[in-house]
Design a protein around this ligand. Structure first.
Ligand code: FES
Ligand SMILES: [Fe+2]
Length: 431
């Protein structure tokens, strides 16, 4: 559990908050590149870290992220004309380029000279991996651009979709560091079993989780590595690593051989966030994988057209099917990501009060991630800058899972699995 003060520190990311300042030391996703698909396209509204902005693309194709309101008298730039390398406010014609500079101030005789003294708030941005990235911090702290491995890959090796989540960003993240929930929330029933512990599919794996031999959290320049080792059948262990990337990205789960899952949760405000859900691979995806991602609805639930909201959402109780719940599924909710959504969007509300929690050993990795973020935010308040953004190569790691002979020591197993987090997996894996 956290104190109320710690909970506020963890979950509030608006301007001037300690966690907001920490986010503002990192490049974060602002929107999908396809939301502003071409030069001089219509601007789109973007709310990020509780700041109202608009994104647009200038005549040269460069993305821009500027204040939603014109500095003249606060008119909405969303209605602006995006023309000739700038966005022009339609109230009195002031025009700004992607750097925020006022390039035309036509409604007043002093405009030609006064325009040099006027600017709209603008944040640096660039396209990478299908995302418009932005940096919202002080100009003198601008770090190098991120270099996630998947940013090197073309669209045949990555698939990305964005979802609106109506809860705090950290609530959404916690599920990725919650190793016991999958045995319940994401399970189906075995109606032949009389023992409730065995009614969860994968009951043996639950036992192997409960009897884990080793669980280790390592602080790293990019965030944290979480390493676990558990008995897996006769004479074998399963070793796994997942990552937490500052400020709010996770590597978690492996969807197939050399297919990795990355999740980026970016605060819109303190009670909603966008989830950038990414699968990527060193090899081009198979046709089946592409079909499943685009139309299968299981990994990437269908969305209401024209929105980032899943069709199964809070307003319709995620279409819970109580008959399926009685007979087949632990939840009665169809797709994995929607099962998560149903729980995380309402944990004592959209921004949980963690002072009420009763935590147990199964929650220890969640506790570790909270500590990493809170410590970094407090350090920044004391003037200590985070090192992660200045070490983009450290972020070039991914999850790994493999079976190993149980004759290896814990130390040897930890070293073996850590070696699999860079580049394609070289040893046999078990998913
Ligand atoms: S309010 Fe934008 S030009 Fe006047
Ligand atoms: Fe989950």
């Amino acid at each position: 559990m956290l104190t109320r003060e710690e909970n506020d520190l963890l979950t509030q990311t608006g301007p001037g908050t300690p966690m907001g300042d920490l986010f503002r030391r990192h490049w974060i996703p602002a929107c999908l590149s396809e939301e502003i698909p071409s030069a001089d396209c219509p601007p789109v509204r973007v709310t990020l870290l509780s700041e109202k902005l608009i994104a647009f693309r200038d005549s040269n194709g460069n993305p821009g992220l500027v204040d939603a309101y014109c500095p003249h008298r606060g008119a909405p730039l969303f209605f602006g004309r995006n023309e000739e390398c700038g966005i022009r406010c339609v109230y009195h014609g002031w025009k700004f380029d992607v750097s925020g500079k006022c390039v035309d101030l036509p409604n007043s005789p002093e405009g030609e000279t006064y325009k040099d003294k006027v600017a709209v708030k603008a944040y640096p941005s660039f396209d990478g991996g299908g995302i418009v990235w932005t940096y919202m911090g002080p100009a003198d702290k601008l770090p190098p651009r991120p270099t996630f491995e998947w940013l090197d890959f073309g669209e045949d090796r990555r698939y990305l979709r964005k979802y609106l989540l109506r809860c705090n960003y950290f609530q959404a993240i916690e599920g990725d560091y919650d190793p016991s929930h999958g045995f319940f929330l994401h399970s189906t029933l075995d109606n032949n079993a009389s023992n409730p512990g065995n009614r969860v599919r994968g009951g043996n794996r639950l036992n192997s989780f409960l009897n884990r031999k080793h669980n280790q959290v390592e602080d790293t320049p990019y965030g944290q590595a979480h390493i676990s080792i558990a008995q897996f059948g006769e004479g074998a262990n399963v070793a796994q690593v997942s990552q937490f990337f500052m400020p709010s990205f996770t590597g978690s789960g492996i969807s197939g051989p050399n297919v990795y899952a990355s999740n980026m949760r970016v605060p819109i405000d303190d009670e909603s966030c966008f989830h950038y859900r990414l699968r990527w691979s060193y090899e081009p995806f198979s046709k089946e994988q592409v079909w499943e991602d685009k139309y299968g609805g299981y990994t990437y639930p269908e969305q209401i057209p024209g929105t980032f909201l899943a069709k199964e959402n809070k307003d319709n109780d995620y279409l819970v099917d109580r008959i399926a719940q009685k007979n087949y599924s632990f939840t009665g909710i169809k797709a994995f990501p929607i099962q998560d959504l149903a729980l995380v969007e309402d944990q004592w509300g959209a921004r949980a009060d963690r002072s009420l929690e009763k935590l147990v050993t199964a929650d220890q990795n969640i506790i570790a991630v909270r500590r990493r973020l809170i410590t970094a935010a407090r350090a920044l308040m004391e003037g200590e800058e985070p090192s992660g953004p200045w070490n983009p190569d450290a972020y070039r790691v991914h999850t790994a899972r493999m079976t190993l002979p149980d004759t290896l020591s814990i130390e040897e197993s930890v070293e073996a699995i850590k070696a699999q987090t860079r580049g394609p997996v070289t040893l046999s894996t078990s998913t």
